[in-house]
Design a protein around this ligand. Structure first.
Ligand SMILES: NC(=O)c1ccc[n+]([C@@H]2O[C@H](COP(=O)([O-])OP(=O)(O)OC[C@H]3O[C@@H](n4cnc5c(N)ncnc54)[C@H](OP(=O)(O)O)[C@@H]3O)[C@@H](O)[C@H]2O)c1
Length: 306
């Protein structure tokens, strides 16, 4: 029992990661870097001495972050304004990725609501942003890393990917895809010198999460974490294991749901929690897109995490 509990504690904020320019340099590329977890990744990597390429659709926050990181850490920064939900956007990112030693695929789209309420273009966009962009970039940039014999890839999955849930069925399925992809590539690429990690946060206090206006969290749902904590856990885990769930409370909750409950009970519990968080999405029958800054902006909020 004591060993079981120690596992939850030690898997979180382990010793300071050795992520730095030797193994993962000279530059990192963060897809979805304009705010939230992606901006935290960019800051943490620049602080470790990596040059950073910042990708998102909004130029202003990217340019401001690039300037801040250049000034604070003396690293080189560049900005790629692209929508990775389109083939042209993915190609533009790919073209900018020369010499990238660490890839972070963080952008996501998570409309919250009944599956039948998604429009066909939302159904496509969830797949395009969450899966197609991530796997295409992992394939092209990761292949170059394998050829070089060193590098790292971090795929932002979610606790939501551990099982299905009402209101985020499609999003959760894409997060399961990313986790399984990372696990397979961890096994394939580890002997070739390239580390792959699925980072599976629970709730995280990002602009997108806050803009989703969750009504209330169930008693068993761990409180949202700060993005920096998620990033520290991911960088500490990179190269050590294929999957990380940041935060011992989240690990405990994930383990309880996976091991103690029959699958049907787990699905019912997680779905109940998601519905409690988003009662209006359930009632309105329309898929909501949390939008912290721009009306056009599709965005995720991990409704079923916890
Ligand atoms: N927040 C949570 O509670 C939580 C929990 C578990 C997992 N996650 C995962 O963690 C990751 C980050 O989540 P987050 O809450 O920080 O924020 P987010 O809303 O997913 O935004 C992430 C970033 O992605 C960019 N982005 C979104 N769509 C894009 C597109 N089509 N092309 C290019 N860039 C795009 C956004 O910038 P622009 O708008 O400027 O493009 C933003 O910089 C996601 O993969 C999410 O699924 C989040």
């Amino acid at each position: 029992m004591r060993r079981y509990l120690r596992g939850f504690a030690s898997a979180s904020l382990g010793p300071r990661s050795d992520v730095g320019s030797r193994k993962y340099g000279p530059r990192a590329l963060v897809v979805g870097a304009s705010d939230g977890i992606g901006a935290s990744f960019a800051s943490a990597l620049a602080a470790r001495g990596l040059d950073v390429i910042l990708v998102a659709r909004r130029r202003e926050p990217l340019a401001a972050l690039a300037e801040r990181l250049r000034t604070a850490h003396g690293v080189e920064t560049s900005v790629v304004v692209a929508d990775v939900g389109t083939p042209e956007g993915v190609d533009a990112v790919d073209r900018a990725a020369d010499g990238v030693g660490l890839l972070v695929c963080n952008a996501a789209f998570a409309p919250i609501g009944p599956f039948v309420a998604l429009t066909p273009s939302q159904v496509d966009a969830v797949l395009d942003v969450n899966c197609r962009a991530a796997v295409r970039l992992t394939h092209s940039i990761g292949s170059a890393m394998v050829a070089r014999g060193r590098g790292g890839v971090i795929l932002l999955s979610s606790m939501a990917g551990a099982q299905g849930s009402a209101l985020v069925a499609h999003y959760a399925a894409t997060k399961a895809y990313l986790r399984v992809l990372a696990e397979g590539l961890w096994t394939e690429w580890r002997p070739r010198g390239v580390d792959v990690l699925a980072c599976c946060p629970g709730l995280v206090r990002t602009p997108t999460y806050l803009a989703s206006f969750p009504a209330r969290l169930g008693r068993l749902v761990p409180a949202p974490m700060e993005p920096d904590r998620v990033v520290r856990a991911a960088l500490a885990a990179l190269g050590r294991r294929p999957v990380v769930i940041p935060g011992w409370r989240n690990r405990l909750a994930a383990s309880a749901v996976a091991r103690l409950l029959p699958r049907s009970a787990a699905l019912a519990l997680v779905s109940r929690q998601t519905r409690a968080m988003y009662p209006s999405a359930q009632r309105s029958g329309a898929a909501a897109e949390a939008s912290p800054t721009e009306s056009h902006r599709p965005a995720p909020a991990d409704g079923s995490d916890g």
